[in-house]
Design a binder for this molecule. Structure first.
Ligand SMILES: [Zn+2]
Ligand SMILES: [Zn+2]
Ligand SMILES: [Zn+2]
Ligand SMILES: [Zn+2]
Ligand SMILES: [Zn+2]
Ligand SMILES: [Zn+2]
Ligand SMILES: [Zn+2]
Length: 408
């Protein structure tokens, strides 16, 4: 007997039916209703064009068989097509009535396959079955007449824990109770409180007056019971120690902060490359007048904050038909910067512009404009070719100038 590979489709359950199990008037039909691959009633029937007879098999099994060898498992005829059987045939297979697998032991049940499955699982007096607590470790098997009373007294039967309400195998209950989080225990620090085992750590950490804790002042190191810690905090010697500890901690942090701030003040980069995107460029550009910009998200370079702008219809100083560029710098100070911009999808070479911010009021935003950047239409086309997003590859470069003295 061929054993089908169980991993193919576990939902098809093979009972091991054979012609001898068919109820008398169904014997003929049973012959056709059995799959030659899995030797069971055909499920999800598919027919193949191996011969004029068109042999029929369980869908999942014939698919698997053909993957290995494209010929009919029954007649070895070549297969070029697998198709669904007509609904009438499909139904006839399901209508075949079967005797119980245990008919030789005297069970008189008769029914279609679905009914037979249920009968074997739940009712058949002649079917040997596992104890329902097999997963808990019971190895008992037997007929219904044995299993029915057995499961009432099975040592592996599930009962709810009276503390956490979880179902636990009866013979594992003692060991469960030694770790059940809801089991009531007495506080291990000796305060006399009874509480669920799972809450003990939080009680000890936060509330228990008998728990030993550390003085909260960093560096003090005093350990006492929680109920005695207040006394320590009020003690005048301890108070002096605490003030000194807190003071030196403050000084330490201050020093650290200063070092950190100094480091961050130094401009440390001489070059930066960023990609600036203006999504939905066409729509936004069309809504603007000449002289109005689209502004990028802000970015920083050498400690200053910048925003890059595109003037789709030009700045007020642009040639007609040309778009302009702008760089806004958000803090004062003299800066010389070379700005190189390449527009993605145009195929045009990158252009470099030298920008020079004069020293000025630190609170002013100073914009330097490149009046004639590129044709307005070129930007619209570039955005269209890039799913609507205008993308600029930007390179900022500036020599690193260090002016000033290190503090000792
Ligand atoms: Zn089959
Ligand atoms: Zn065939
Ligand atoms: Zn039976
Ligand atoms: Zn059992
Ligand atoms: Zn429990
Ligand atoms: Zn306690
Ligand atoms: Zn202390």
């Amino acid at each position: 007997m061929t054993q089908p590979n169980a991993s193919i489709r576990p939902s098809i359950r093979c009972l091991g039916l054979d012609r001898e199990f068919a109820v008398e008037s169904f014997e003929e039909l049973a012959e056709n209703a059995l799959c030659a691959i899995c030797r069971d009633v055909i499920e999800d029937p598919k027919e193949v064009d191996c011969s004029d007879d068109k042999h029929v098999f369980c869908g999942p099994f014939i698919n698997e068989a053909i993957r290995r060898r494209p010929s009919c498992p029954l007649c070895r005829g070549a297969i070029s097509k697998i198709s669904n059987v007509n609904p009438t045939t499909r139904n006839i297979f399901q209508e075949v009535k079967w005797k119980c697998l245990n008919f030789k032991s005297g069970c008189e049940f008769k029914g279609v396959k679905k009914e037979l499955e249920k009968h074997l699982d739940e009712e058949c007096e002649k079917q040997e079955r596992d104890c329902p607590f097999v997963l808990q470790g019971c190895t008992q098997k037997g007929l219904l007449s044995f299993i029915s009373p057995h499961k009432q007294t099975c040592p592996f039967r599930l009962v709810p824990c009276e503390h956490c309400k979880e179902d636990i195998a009866l013979n594992a209950m003692d060991s469960h109770l030694t770790e059940c989080k809801s089991f009531p225990v007495e506080c291990t620090s000796g305060c006399g409180m009874k509480l669920p085992r799972g809450e003990l750590p939080a009680h000890t950490k936060r509330n228990c007056p008998e728990a030993t804790i550390q003085c909260p002042v960093p560096g003090c190191g005093e350990t006492r019971k929680r109920k005695a810690m207040e006394e320590h905090e009020k003690d005048s010697d301890a108070m002096r120690t605490h003030i000194n500890l807190v003071l030196s901690r403050c000084q330490h942090l201050e020093k650290k902060l200063k070092r950190f701030a100094t480091k961050d003040d130094i401009p440390h980069e001489t070059e930066k490359r960023i990609t600036v995107q203006f999504p939905n460029y066409g729509t936004r550009a069309n809504a603007l007048q000449r002289g109005q910009p689209l502004q990028s998200l802000p970015f920083t370079f050498q400690g200053s904050r910048y925003v890059l702008s595109v003037y789709p219809k030009g700045t007020n100083g642009s040639q007609p038909g040309y778009a302009g560029l702008g760089m806004h710098k958000y803090s004062g100070g003299q800066v010389k910067l070379s700005l190189t911009v390449e527009v993605s999808k145009t195929g045009l070479p990158p252009k470099t512009h030298n920008l020079h911010w004069p020293s000025g009021n630190a609170n002013n935003v100073i914009t330097i404009a490149v009046n004639t950047f590129t044709a307005s239409s070129a930007l619209l086309t570039a955005a269209r070719l890039n799913r609507g997003t205008l993308e600029l590859s930007v390179r900022l470069a500036s020599p690193l100038v260090l002016s000033g003295y290190s503090s000792q």
